[in-house]
Design a binder for this molecule. Structure first.
Ligand code: AVI
Length: 334
């Protein structure tokens, strides 16, 4: 399905819809059911992001304890020109609608190196793309914005092919993928990279468990609200019957798997029924939990290794002054 002129588009700003709402909803139901059948049960992080959850996430990115957004922005502010020169791309494809300032820094860097042909933000949420596209159209008049509503795990082959594309996947969103989803995503990206294309990947780095736990369990309780809001979203969108006040937020460092796990811990024995998932029910005993997110933390070497396992070479790697976050530019060997 492809509709290049849906609501929100304007001259110079097209939105191509490759993902129907029904297909996406079905995909999310399947994914959620699969997670609920695991022991312990898990739910995908997509349920964080209704309007209220997206606002809470924006607040998280401003918290003292939550360093990743600031650190990644600092890397881009210091190195966008160098990244742009090495990538020498004329199209920027951004997976996940980026935050205004990160996208701006990258586009400025790329535009300084030569005329940019297009900016292609890709996201599963059309409203997020309308916002991102309108912002970029305002700030970079004359730059064609060709947004795509897509599931980037499924639609990579359908993205526009330019002479030299940079595919940016920032924010360490890849850390929210399971190891197998991460491996197959990287494999897919590598398969669809042309020789002159590059991948720009943002990853959060391993650091002290104290800092990591604080980043996901902040003193003001914003992350707790963000996590607990996902129950309200599932009650609404999956016909679930979470007793929201019977679950508390927790964030735990799982050293073995090098990841933070966000959990909803039950205060008392709970049975949760999901009417929208064919009446599937889970039992969570007091102090038992549901995992709502993993956030994997990497080392610089591990990122290089995972890229080389899919046949990509590291072109450059950059960290912020505190060594908290990593940007990696990768390409097929020349
Ligand atoms: C979107 N993602 C990379 C965030 C992270 O850090 O894993 C989501 C998040 N969860 C809690 N705080 C932020």
């Amino acid at each position: 399905m492809s509709d290049p002129t849906p609501a929100g588009a304007s001259p110079g700003f097209t939105i191509d819809v490759l993902l129907s709402e029904d297909d996406w909803a079905e995909h999310l139901r399947d994914e959620t059911l699969a997670g609920l059948r695991e022991d312990p049960p898990s739910t995908p992080p997509v349920w964080f992001y209704d309007a209220a959850g997206s606002e809470l996430f924006d607040k998280i990115t401003l918290l003292d304890e939550y360093y990743p957004t600031r650190a990644e922005r600092a890397i881009l502010a210091a190195h966008a020109d160098e990244i742009a020169t090495l990538g020498s791309a004329n199209s920027l494809i951004e997976l996940g609608a980026g935050s205004a300032d990160k996208t701006r820094l990258l586009l400025q860097g790329l535009a300084a190196g030569g005329p940019l042909q297009r900016y292609v933000p890709v996201d599963c949420s059309q409203p997020a793309l309308v916002d991102a596209g309108a912002r970029v159209t305002r700030e970079f008049p004359g730059l064609p914005v060709e947004a795509i509503v897509a599931d980037f795990n499924a639609h990579l082959p359908h993205f526009p092919r330019g002479d030299r594309r940079m595919i940016a996947f920032l924010g360490s969103t890849i850390g929210n993928f399971t190891p197998s989803a991460r491996a197959s995503f990287l494999q897919d990206v590598a398969m669809h990279l042309a020789p002159a294309d590059t991948l720009l990947l943002g990853t959060d780095l391993v650091k002290s468990p104290e800092r990591l736990v604080a980043a996901y369990n902040d003193a003001a309780g914003v992350t707790a609200d963000f996590n607990r809001n996902s129950m309200a979203v599932m009650n609404r969108q999956l016909g679930a019957d979470f007793e929201i006040d019977q679950f508390r937020h927790d964030a735990v460092w799982n050293a073995e798997d090098s990841r933070i796990e966000m959990r909803l811990v039950a205060d008392s024995d709970q049975r949760v029924v999901f009417d929208g998932l064919g009446g599937h029910a889970i039992e969570v005993l007091a102090d038992g939990w549901i995992r709502t997110e993993i956030s994997v933390k990497f080392t610089q070497g591990q990122v290089a290794t995972e890229l080389s396992e899919v046949g990509l070479d590291v072109v450059g790697q950059w960290t912020d002054p505190d060594g908290d976050f990593l940007l990696t530019l990768a390409a097929k060997p020349s």
